[in-house]
Design a protein around this ligand. Structure first.
Ligand SMILES: NC(=O)c1ccc[n+]([C@@H]2O[C@H](COP(=O)([O-])OP(=O)(O)OC[C@H]3O[C@@H](n4cnc5c(N)ncnc54)[C@H](OP(=O)(O)O)[C@@H]3O)[C@@H](O)[C@H]2O)c1
Length: 287
């Protein structure tokens, strides 16, 4: 028996087969013609382990990891620009962690800077000495502060106070343990700033930091994101409470991973488009 929330559905729960015209789906009385049903695809939803496998497989089949990161970061920057409406007069603070989530944040920072936003980068942990995306951030003249050099997080406080938007690229599917230290402190400060300044926008890359990708469990200081830009495929924890409450509006961006790599994934998301395609239309005055 599935313990997924109602808007998540394993294909098996549809009986493991495509419904026939006129055949009832569980909880529905009418199935529209099969052409309509197939025209609206359900979105697959993955666990962290499934996403890691899909990433690895994509790289093994010839897409270099740096290419995936460039596509991911650029897609995050494009979606951020769409969410903010304009980059003019925006001051964006990008929080960067140690792994690929942080790498995506560095790429997004560079593009947003090149497209006219004011962008600062805050490194919450050390990155590799030969990190090309960090080097590019420095070459492009962005403010780049490091928690390790920031006594009492004073520089962080100043950057946060002058920001109109925070992009959280601290931790994604690689979160392995509870938040602590500077990760916990900066996220608590961003959440607090958001309660005082409703205009401060918060955008998470892939997952709000502190959210468990599989269970949706959250650390107490997990970011409250207005929006989460999730990469390639949405992660289960974004739709499972309490995580769903921290994720805000979830958008999924294409980073060039072929669809067929997710063929084996059987958990799918019922969204408004799909529901609209299977529900019978009713007269406005119908009960
Ligand atoms: N190829 C790509 O560019 C690509 C493709 C798809 C997705 N992504 C992105 O990359 C992410 C996955 O990258 P990733 O596997 O490198 O994982 P990550 O989420 O970026 O973080 C992993 C790093 O965080 C550290 N860590 C784990 N828990 C922590 C905690 N509570 N506090 C502080 N540090 C912690 C781990 O190091 P230690 O345990 O050693 O401290 C590890 O270095 C995805 O969420 C997505 O954003 C990238």
């Amino acid at each position: 028996m599935s313990c997924l929330p109602p808007h998540l559905l394993a294909r098996d729960s549809l009986g493991g087969h495509d419904p026939k015209v006129g055949e009832a789906l569980p909880g529905l009385t009418v199935v529209p013609d099969i052409a309509t049903l197939k025209s609206v695809k359900m979105m697959k939803v993955v666990t962290a382990e499934q996403m890691r496998w899909i990433d690895r497989e994509c790289i093994r089949r010839g897409t270099p990891a740096q290419v995936l990161m460039e596509k991911a970061g650029k897609a995050v920057a494009e979606e951020t620009r769409r969410l903010l409406g304009t980059l003019e007069k925006q001051q964006i603070l990008v929080l960067v962690g140690p792994g690929n989530n942080g790498g995506d944040g560095l790429v997004a920072a560079r593009h947003l800077h090149d497209w006219g936003a004011g962008v600062s980068v805050y490194l919450c942990s050390e990155r590799a000495a030969d990190d090309a995306n960090l080097e590019l951030v420095r070459q492009h003249g962005m403010t780049c502060a490091e928690a390790a050099q920031d006594k009492n997080l004073e520089e962080f406080d100043a950057l946060l106070a002058s920001s109109s938007c925070v992009i959280d690229a601290l931790l994604g599917t690689g979160k392995l343990r509870p938040l602590e230290g500077v990760f916990r402190q900066v996220l608590a400060k961003v959440n607090e700033a958001k309660t005082k300044n409703k205009g401060l926008r918060t955008i998470a890359v892939d997952l709000p930091s502190g959210l468990d990708a599989d269970s949706g469990a959250v650390d107490p200081d997990c970011l409250y994101a207005d929006s989460t830009i999730t990469l390639a495929l949405p992660k289960l924890g974004l739709f499972t409470f309490p995580g769903a409450e921290r994720a805000g509006k979830v958008t999924t961006v294409d980073i060039g991973i072929p669809d067929y790599l997710a063929d084996e994934v059987t958990t799918e998301l019922i969204d408004a488009d799909w529901a609209g395609s299977v529900l019978p239309s009713r007269p406005l005055g119908g009960e």
